[in-house]
Write a protein that binds this ligand. Structure first.
Ligand code: NDP
Length: 451
């Protein structure tokens, strides 16, 4: 049995209920098989065994009072997975589905994603089973403050720098940062995704969506293609989806789908700039539901179905897919339907949105497939740029940050391509991203000895 098979088997045995974590570990570890022979020093130093075990897991009680004065209790998590190449770094997710398995899978993925950005950031993730949907601003504020009341002692600008993720946007970051500043009495770059007025970076809100489109454009260019006049399916309607749509429009493509957890919209005429602004206002200001879009623009709304189910059932022709909602949203059946409907490029804006079966189908059908840890790395890369600006106590212009983001995504694409070729799997971005990210972290871990 190879070292890697033993590691996967052990991860499944010792935490049998952590299915999302098993999925992420299996996907990464299996693609690292060729590194075992090439780097016997990694095997000898126990790097494979060590990298699947978080440096530290913090699980805490978050008590807060709702608007009626009733006490509510949620669970808080921070998984500090690996800080070999820089301070822990990774977002915070507020969603009712959050549990330790999900936070561990996200933190594990973050190690390799952050390494790929070329910036010095380790991997971490945090969150809570609190769902901001349907809560008043006052309730969200009191929850964020209660969450930070414990988290503050585990983070710091040189220790661990959280950011946003599902359910954590500008409003939540503001409340958490304000409370951190109050109780620590210091104004420091301890969170990213901050608003401009108090240390945020231009282009950080746009970065994950823009970055995913930049990565997709690089993949398309390897086949002499681009976004012009292409039909694009996007899922979600939150931060990543909104700026994915914006950038696709700028590059001449047409996005025809959008969704939230209740409904999917099909707009065959395309979600143009005006409609995209409507979605931003609907979701970020009014905190409404996406089905309201169908009323506003008289188009089809499918309640209770995902974008990928609707594409399958309606046989909608798609060139490019950018899933930007959540994990495991594209099943094997969905992937087969995408291929049947003409899709030849998938860039994962979300983390692990494609099931292992879906990924296999994309590979078998020669679909350009950019895994999340590469395709959505623009968000954390720009968080890294926010940290740089905070350290230097200055702000770069929009052009400066956007140019750096574009360059990072181009380099990241090349890094994945080069690594896939070096290991005999040219064009396999999953293998390329995993090996390139892992090798960097493994070398740093090796240098430290057994710590
Ligand atoms: P948001 O909370 O802003 O938006 C999430 C969107 O996905 C919402 O429209 C939400 O609908 C929808 N959604 C969530 N769960 C489901 C579900 N089970 N089924 C259908 N739709 C669902 O989050 P982000 O846009 O920030 O994050 C989206 C994805 O991108 C996540 O996988 C995240 O980890 C990943 N990501 C985000 C980064 C960032 O910078 N924000 C960076 C890198 C990756 P509803 O409103 O109904 O819940």
């Amino acid at each position: 049995m190879s070292v890697i098979s033993t590691v996967i088997e052990k991860v499944k045995r010792i935490d049998p209920d952590q299915k999302d974590f098993h999925q992420a570990v299996t996907e990464v570890m299996e693609s690292l098989e060729p590194t075992e022979d090439r780097h016997p020093e990694f095997v000898k130093a126990g790097i494979y065994e060590r990298i699947v075990e978080p440096e530290r897991v913090v699980l805490f009680r978050v008590p807060w009072a709702d608007d009626k004065g009733n006490v509510q209790v949620n669970r808080g998590f921070r998984v500090q997975f690996n800080n070999a190449i820089g301070p822990f770094k990774g977002g915070i997710r507020f969603h009712s589905s959050v549990n330790l398995s999900i936070i561990k899978f996200l933190g594990f993925e973050q190690i390799f994603k952050n390494a790929l950005t070329t910036l010095p950031m380790g991997g971490a993730k945090g969150g809570s089973d609190f769902d901001p949907k349907g809560k008043s601003d006052g309730e969200v504020m009191r929850f964020c403050q209660a969450f930070m009341r414990e988290l503050f002692r585990h983070i710091g600008a040189e220790v661990d720098v959280p950011a946003g993720d599902i359910g954590v946007g500008a409003r939540e970051i503001g409340y958490m940062y304000g409370y951190y500043k109050k109780i620590q009495n210091e104004h420091t770059g301890v969170l990213t995704g901050k608003a401009l007025e108090y240390g945020g970076s231009l282009v950080r809100p746009e970065a994950t969506g823009y970055g995913a489109v930049y990565f997709a454009a690089e993949m398309l260019a390897t086949r002499g293609l681009d976004f012009k006049n292409k039909t694009v399916a996007v899922s979600g309607s939150g931060n990543v989806a909104q700026y994915t749509i914006e950038k696709v429009n700028q590059l001449g493509g047409k996005v025809v789908t959008v969704c939230d957890s209740s409904a999917t919209i099909i707009d065959e005429e395309g979600i143009n700039k005006e409609k995209c602004c409507y979605i931003q206002e609907l979701k970020n200001v009014h905190r409404g539901r996406i089905k309201e879009y169908a009323g506003e623009y008289a188009c089809e709304c499918f309640e209770g179905l995902t974008v990928w189910d609707v594409i399958k059932e309606q046989g909608i022709k798609i060139d490019i897919a950018i899933p930007a909602a959540t994990q495991n949203e594209i099943s094997g059946e969905n992937a087969q339907a995408l291929v049947n409907n003409g899709c030849y490029c998938v860039a994962e804006g979300a983390n692990m949105p494609s099931t292992p079966e879906a990924i296999r189908i994309f590979h078998d059908n020669n679909v350009l497939f950019g895994p999340g840890k590469a395709a959505n790395a623009g968000g954390v890369a720009t968080s890294g740029l926010e940290m740089c600006q905070n350290s230097m106590k200055l702000s770069w212009t929009r052009e400066e940050v956007d140019n750096r983001l574009l360059l990072i995504m181009k380099n990241l694409h090349k890094t994945c391509m080069d690594a896939s070729e070096a290991y005999g799997k040219k064009g396999d971005y999953v293998t390329g991203a995993n090996i390139a990210g892992f090798t960097k972290v493994a070398k740093a871990m090796l240098a430290y000895g057994i710590v």
